[in-house]
Design a protein around this ligand. Structure first.
Ligand code: NAD
Length: 248
């Protein structure tokens, strides 16, 4: 089957990378389950509208990925609406900067609950259906920060490295059931997560990126499509670096 015959659930797809991936999958004709947290509902509904304008089915499913019961309810509703979930992209994420010797538990708890507990909740909720249908593609959005010791990323990098662990175990445990699980490790992407930084800080960062710019979200979306394809059946447990040459 092609993406057009597949149902894809993308967490945190009201904006940024999640939205870019949702539109990329929708351009291939795939049915889209758009998730986001309640406070971002307006943007998520806008994503749904843009997908429907492409002539593709899309629906918004509100859930805070850090909340197990909300994620279970969301997955049940997606299954009710579309009958199956073929592709899960664990994309929802947040960032808090801070040096470890000044770290605050409330920041740690917030980042771990969204970036790590979120993908754990969503993965375990979709796996029974994927195993039963004998098909699944799970793509986890990790980060360059999981690969390097970058100053001030203690909360965030730890979760993104943990997500690589989740990726590999999910891959190992489900390889005989037609399910693959892979991770993307993007460098710096032009989304709100980066654009919140002052211009001088961004300029100083861009100087360090050999390609000389931030990534467009669409460039990462193309890699997600690659992992999600039927033809990527032999690739599982992999981590794909997309960082403009920052880490070679
Ligand atoms: P973004 O802030 O624009 O988007 C994040 C999305 O996640 C938003 O729609 C937000 O509402 C949603 N979200 C946040 N908490 C949620 C929750 N509890 N439940 C459901 N949805 C929630 O940022 P982005 O850059 O598009 O980030 C997407 C993913 O890419 C994240 O996992 C991020 O860590 C990762 N990433 C981003 C960069 C970058 O440079 N922007 C680099 C590497 C990896």
């Amino acid at each position: 089957m092609k993406i057009k015959d597949r149902v894809t659930l993308i967490t945190g797809s009201g904006q940024g990378l999640g939205k870019a991936m949702a539109l990329a999958f929708a351009r291939e004709g795939g049915k889209m389950a758009i998730n986001d947290i309640a406070f971002n509902e307006a943007k998520a509904l806008q994503t749904v509208e843009e997908i429907r304008q492409l002539g593709v089915e899309a629906e918004f499913f509100v859930a805070d990925v850090s909340q197990e019961l909300e994620v279970n309810a969301m997955v049940a509703k997606v299954l009710e609406r579309f009958g199956r979930i073929d592709i899960l992209i664990n994309n929802a994420g947040i960032n808090r900067d801070g040096l470890l010797h000044k770290a605050e538990s409330k920041n740690w708890d917030a980042v771990v609950s969204v970036n790590l507990t979120g993908p754990f909740n969503a993965t375990k909720a979709v796996l029974p259906g994927m195993r039963q249908q004998g098909y699944g593609r799970i793509v986890n959005i990790s980060s360059l920060t999981a690969r390097m010791g970058i100053f001030g990323t203690g909360y965030y990098a730890t979760t993104k490295a943990g997500l690589i662990g989740l990726t590999k175990v999910t891959a190992a445990e489900n390889v005989t059931k037609g399910i693959t699980c892979n991770a993307l490790a993007p460098g710096y992407i032009k989304t709100d997560m980066m654009l919140k930084y002052p211009e001088d800080q961004l300029k100083a960062l861009i100087v360090k990126i050999p390609v000389g710019r931030l990534a467009e979200p669409e460039e990462i979306a193309d890699a997600a499509l690659f992992f999600a394809a039927d033809s990527s059946a032999y690739m599982t447990g992999a981590v794909l670096d997309i960082n403009g040459g920052f880490l070679i």
